[in-house]
Every structure is written in structure tokens, then in C-alpha cells.
Design a protein around this ligand. Structure first.
Ligand code: G16
Ligand code: MG
Length: 213
């Protein structure tokens, strides 16, 4: 029986994925190359550092910058991203997300948030949804990025629930992989071609909540 539901943030609870994409695209353009929506799939769910490495590789610039310069590039990208985040409102919570979390809680299921983002606390505050979660693990609390299972295992531990009794909602291939490695039931939110490793794939949380009714 499922006792815990763990949610990813970007792309599942809120559509910040588009803001990450805009900021990374701007950085790529600044460095003199194009960055497409298809390229962006590879960055979903992945840490900021890992995202930069993938982006530089796409532009053929993986050997051009020192570690200090890479830190600067990440800071520039993050400052652009924060311009969007500072304007984020509750309207941008994805349809069905809040309702699903509340429904699960009513049924006695504990809820967790597991996000690679180091900006998660700011996002949760802007959306006013921090209290929906019994446990939160963000990018500041982990040492290994998804697809490593660390983030989900840590969340289950905080919830005091056996990983096998947890279900994960994820929009990124790296996140699905991490959930499976953690021994959890993985629900892909998005399209089947991206999330093939998931146990099931749903279009959106809104679709799921409608089916539950
Ligand atoms: C999110 C996004 C990733 C992003 C990562 C780090 O993870 O999906 O694209 O690179 O966080 O974000 P930040 O730069 O804010 O630390 P998740 O796990 O919520 O999907
Ligand atoms: Mg995500």
C-alpha cells in the first residue's frame, strides 16, 4: 500500500521549466550558439552545474571555461531566472496539483517535495504552498543530482516511510530514473516518449484528479 507521495517541483507543481529554458537560452545566445526546446529536455530535473555542462557541450564549448568562469555563468543564468521567479504568482501552480495533494492528504497519505532546485524555498513562498508538504528536500540538501536516488531516499526518510511505499510524480527522465533506483513507484507527468522508464505516464495532474473523481 502507498503511504507517501513525493512530488517534483519544476514541471509538476509549477511550470518554471519554461523560465529555466528562457534563461539557459539567453545564456547560450550570449555565448554565441543556439539552444532549442529539444536540447532543453536534457536539462530537466538536472542540477544547475550539470545543466551548464550539458549546455556548454551542446555549444561545443565544454573546454573553454575555468571553474571560476563556470560559477559566473551559473550566477548570470540564475539572476535571469530569478527575475521570472520574483514575479511568480499562485496562478502559475499547475492545474490539479494543489487539489491532488489535498486529496491525498485527506486519505492519510504523507506528502513530500523532492526538487533539485536551490531556489525551491523562494518558489514555495511565492506560491504559498510550503505547508502542503510534510517533508521537503531541495537542491541545497543533497550532494548527488538526479538520476541518483539520494533525493528521493532522503525525502522518504524524512517522511519516515519505506521507499517501496512511496509514489513519485516526475516530469523529467532523470527524475524517473532516480525514483526507480530508489525503489519507488514512478508516475511520469508529460509525454511517453520522454518518460519511457516510468511505471505509468499521465498527461497532467489535472487529468489524474479528474479520473479519481
Ligand atoms: C529543477 C529543474 C532543473 C534545474 C534544477 C536546478 O529541478 O527541473 O531544470 O536545473 O531544478 O534548479 P536551480 O537552478 O533553481 O537550483 P526539479 O527537480 O524541481 O525538476
Ligand atoms: Mg521537474
Amino acid at each position: 500500500r502507498i503511504e507517501g507521495a513525493i512530488f517534483d517541483l519544476d514541471g509538476v507543481i509549477v511550470d518554471t521549466a519554461k523560465y529555466h529554458y528562457s534563461a539557459w537560452k539567453k545564456l547560450a545566445n550570449m555565448l554565441g550558439f543556439e539552444f532549442t526546446e529539444k536540447d532543453n529536455e536534457k536539462l530537466k530535473g538536472v542540477s544547475r552545474k550539470e545543466s551548464l555542462e550539458i549546455l556548454l557541450k551542446i555549444g561545443g564549448k565544454e573546454n573553454e571555461f575555468s571553474e571560476a568562469q563556470k560559477e559566473e555563468l551559473m550566477d548570470i543564468k540564475n539572476s535571469w531566472y530569478l527575475e521570472y521567479i520574483n514575479k511568480l504568482t499562485e496562478d502559475e501552480i499547475l492545474p490539479g496539483a494543489k487539489e491532488l495533494i489535498l486529496t491525498l492528504k485527506e486519505q492519510g497519505i504523507k506528502t513530500g517535495l523532492a526538487t533539485a532546485s536551490k531556489n525551491a524555498m523562494l518558489i514555495l513562498e511565492r506560491l504559498n504552498i510550503k505547508d502542503l508538504f510534510d517533508a521537503i528536500v531541495d537542491g541545497t540538501q543533497i550532494s548527488r543530482a538526479k538520476p541518483d536516488p539520494e533525493i528521493f531516499l532522503k525525502c522518504a526518510q524524512k517522511l519516515k516511510i519505506d521507499p517501496q511505499k512511496c509514489v513519485v510524480f516526475e516530469d523529467a527522465a532523470a527524475g524517473i530514473k532516480a525514483a526507480k533506483l530508489a525503489g519507488m513507484f514512478a508516475v511520469g507527468v508529460g509525454s511517453c516518449d520522454m518518460l519511457g522508464e516510468a511505471d505509468i505516464v499521465i498527461c497532467s495532474l489535472d487529468q489524474l484528479i479528474k479520473e479519481l473523481k
